[in-house]
Ligand binder design. Structure first.
Ligand code: ADP
Length: 354
């Protein structure tokens, strides 16, 4: 069952369509990321679900009920933002207790529920601290406890880890996912960070200019991007434009003939293929003939980009360049100027819409 449904929602600000006919559903208990560049409409969608923004048209339901005219506090949602928004003058306990206190929950019950929540986010013993006496990660865990203590149906997270440094952010990603699973709460997570979306999500919705361009499990969206935008935004890709050949499997491109496992349109029709750099392999051109692979193009290493555990080779192929990613196993090393052959399998040449 869907915990949240968004149906044809549009929101305009003057000439800008912040949301342009968005339709999405969020399965009960799932963790779904809204992923897109800055200004694509992610926050607007989250705020429309929360009730801070009234859509111009379309419908949103939470738990099967339309939330039109239902105010924020009665939608059964919990929210966490990037900038914590804890009450600075209140203790951790009072911050977490706040939502229960305003609902008139009895004090004895508040104490128990706050204690349980602080244990869940591993902050037992921090009850009397003020937010400024906590690290950034701890403040975000208080914000999470505060959002969950009222037992909302849906958790809305707007770049909650955005202000944390990389290491802490990765730790918090794991922790956030554990907490989300143990509570079983439907979660909608806004991020512009593709790795974060891939790591955390059951499903990813890629948003561009107020539209959903693709939705799917991280693996599906990564391996089968439908558009060049999705391929580029979720990872890196080499694009090869050309025309379909006569046999429906080979495209003629500036890189030479390229095989794909996808059915191609009629001969002569334009096609665009995307190949992830890690799906390609380099061999010295003298070995190229024996090493197989459905696709085989010759080039010259123009640049090597070393990043510790991996190397990206920038390979010149005629006037074009191809990026090939290689794990740093310490065996195959190529230098600038080496004549190489790039090999990859046909099923990794994915047809995308330009
Ligand atoms: P994201 O969260 O993906 O960065 P937003 O949802 O914040 O994007 O914004 C989507 C678009 O709507 C942007 O072009 C932004 O400038 C515009 N926008 C958002 N809120 C307002 C507003 N209150 N007034 C005018 N334009 C807005």
């Amino acid at each position: 069952m869907s915990a949240v449904e968004v149906n044809g929602v549009t929101k305009r600000y003057g000439e800008t369509a912040a949301l342009d006919g968005v339709t999405l559903d969020f399965a009960d208990g799932s963790f779904c990321s809204l992923l897109g560049p800055s200004g694509s409409g992610k926050t607007t969608l989250l705020r429309a679900i929360a009730g801070f923004i009234e859509p111009d048209s379309g419908e949103i339901t939470i738990g099967g009920v339309s939330v039109e005219n239902i105010p924020v506090r009665r939608r059964g949602i919990g929210m966490v933002f990037q900038n914590y928004a804890l009450f600075p003058h209140m203790t951790v306990f009072d911050n977490v207790a706040f939502g229960l206190a305003v609902r008139g929950t009895p004090a004895g019950e508040i104490a128990g529920r706050v204690r349980d929540m602080l244990a869940l986010v591993r902050l037992a013993g921090f009850e009397e601290r003020k937010p400024r006496q906590l690290s950034g990660g701890q403040q975000q865990r208080v914000a999470l406890a505060r959002a969950l203590v009222t037992k909302p149906k849906v958790l809305l997270l707007d770049e909650p880890l955005g202000a944390l440094d990389r290491r802490l952010r990765e730790e918090m990603q794991i922790e956030l996912r554990q907490i989300q699973r143990s509570v079983g709460i439907t979660t909608i997570f806004v991020t512009h960070d593709q790795e974060e979306a891939l790591t955390l999500s059951d499903r990813i919705a890629i948003i561009d200019q107020g539209r959903v361009v693709q939705v799917g499990a991280p693996n599906d969206v990564y391996e089968r991007p439908e558009t060049a935008f999705a391929a580029r935004f979720l990872g890196d890709a080499n694009f090869m434009e050309g025309v379909a050949g006569g046999d429906g499997m080979v495209a003629t491109t500036a890189f030479g003939p390229v095989r794909t496992a996808d059915p191609l349109p009629n001969a002569g029709a334009p096609v665009m293929l995307a190949v992830r750099p890690e799906k390609m392999r380099l061999v010295k051109s003298t070995e190229g003939a024996e090493s197989g692979g459905d696709n085989r193009i010759e080039g010259t290493v123009r640049q090597t980009v070393f990043s510790g555990n991996s190397v990206t080779y920038i390979v010149a192929v005629g006037d074009e360049v191809v990026r090939v990613f290689a794990q740093n196993r310490g065996d195959e090393v190529f230098d600038v100027g080496d004549a190489v052959v790039i090999l990859w399998s046909a099923r990794h040449s994915v047809t995308v819409k330009p």
